[in-house]
Design a binder for this molecule. Structure first.
Ligand code: SF4
Length: 153
């Protein structure tokens, strides 16, 4: 089958809600938006979950200010490093990095508003590498079985 050669980067919990802080899961497993990505023919690159790596599955909800320390920023940078290496290889081979999908109001993965620590580091690195990318965000009221729809382009 012919490849579309289009890639999206997604926050880890879009494919795995088991990684979020315990009372905050909004789907049984993956977000239904993943079906739209599949229908569009996107290859999906799942970013790691920095909060899970830092504090594990039983962590408490924390603010960006509470996460924002040198150790956490270093973790975020190191987690993105292998992803960046893959992205560069794909781009060099004619693949397109279309979009990054984050989680609105996450202290780590929010893109708009108060940007999360991981997204800050990712955008900083992508800018340095001259890699441009569109953005989409999962809104706070998005829930499996709910009415909020997210347009994928
Ligand atoms: S850190 Fe990011 S990937 Fe992990 S649960 Fe929070 S929003 Fe999702």
């Amino acid at each position: 089958m012919k490849r579309e050669k289009n890639l999206v980067l997604v926050s880890h919990c879009i494919l795995n809600q088991n990684s979020v802080v315990d009372p905050l899961a909004r789907a049984r497993g993956a977000f239904p938006i993943v079906n739209k990505l599949v229908k569009k023919g996107y290859g999906i690159i799942q970013l790691p979950c920095p909060e899970f790596k830092f504090l594990g599955p039983n962590r408490k909800p924390m603010s960006k200010e509470e996460y924002d320390c040198k150790e956490y920023r270093e973790l975020c940078k190191s987690l993105f490093k292998p992803i960046l290496e893959d992205i560069k290889k794909y781009i060099a081979s004619g693949y397109k990095l279309k979009t990054i999908i984050g989680i609105n109001q996450s202290p780590t993965c929010s893109i708009t508003g108060k940007q999360g620590v991981f997204m800050e580091e990712i955008f900083h690195i992508l800018k340095r590498e001259n890699i441009s990318i569109e953005t989409i965000e999962i809104p706070t009221d998005y829930v499996e079985g709910g009415k909020t729809d997210i347009e994928i382009y």
